[in-house]
Design a protein around this ligand. Sequence first.
Ligand code: NAP
Length: 309
Amino acid sequence: MKHILLIGKMGQVGQELQKTLVSLGKVTAMGHEELDLTQPEQIRMAIGQNQPDLVVNAAAYTAVDKAESEPELAWTINAEAPKVMAEEAQRLGAGLIHISTDYVFDGRQNTPYTETDATNPVSVYGRSKLAGEVEISQIYARSPELSYGILRTAWVYGCYGKGNFVKTMLRLGGDREEVRVVADQVGSPTWAAEIAGAIAVLSQNALDQVQQPESNLPIVNGLYHFTNSGVASWYDFAVAIFEEAQLLGFPLKLKTVVPITTAEYPTPAKRPAYSVLANQKISTLLKTPTAHWRQALRLMLTELHTELH
Ligand SMILES: NC(=O)c1ccc[n+]([C@@H]2O[C@H](COP(=O)([O-])OP(=O)(O)OC[C@H]3O[C@@H](n4cnc5c(N)ncnc54)[C@H](OP(=O)(O)O)[C@@H]3O)[C@@H](O)[C@H]2O)c1
């Protein structure tokens, strides 16, 4: 039976991965309490002792604004820790699946970003995540027979984890009659459960590759963009959240969503104005197009409503 080591089990995506990876083999799942990614020796020990066939990393420093004032910590968790994971996994002959972000781009493009488009992060978080990608790619380039995948995703929300835009909107909409939301940044809202589904397919392919090292090329190799399909601004997303939530019977005081500009809502970190990712490469591997963001939102809110009521 194949053995998967899941790192970051308590995050939004990590909790969904606990559900989707279980059918692929034995899963050892570790959270912050069991493994502190600021301690390289702990990472080496976790991988060395477990001897996994595949490491899946869903942990990261994800506080985009706070990263501007904690750049060393963001770098340690997002760049140094994935480097150590890749070194140890590669030494063992194991595969690695890692998650990255649309914030590796500057947002100046106006067509969906492909995996080969030039990166140019505009925040500490984006730079630290890009550095993690580069470390992993360089280490796995030395072992072309091994599978590794870096899945860039965007605008993640889900039922689990410490919080996200959907939960914030539901809370604000429950307390206030008016919410002001940025309308000049666009991207693709993506449900954590869908990311975990895509990672399970990548993981299965990577494990198959580990089983057949004599075959020519790794099936999973390099960068993949994965988001729900369609495009929305944060304002569009908020309006959709309230419409769907109302239909499901969430308690809401909200009457108006007011579109505002990024300039009216200054944040410590700059964010790309346009960060839509092209999903063609992964759709071929998944053998299906990704679901539309509005459909995924409806499913997530239905699940959340069932859990809460
Ligand atoms: N959220 C988004 O909108 C978004 C967008 C694009 C890409 N991504 C990427 O998607 C992946 C998953 O994101 P997510 O939203 O699921 O993240 P999340 O909910 O913030 O979860 C991240 C997990 O990493 C853990 N972690 C942080 N520092 C750690 C440390 N020093 N040692 C061990 N664990 C640590 C956190 O534990 P604690 O809470 O205990 O610290 C948390 O459980 C990440 O790679 C992220 O960069 C996210």
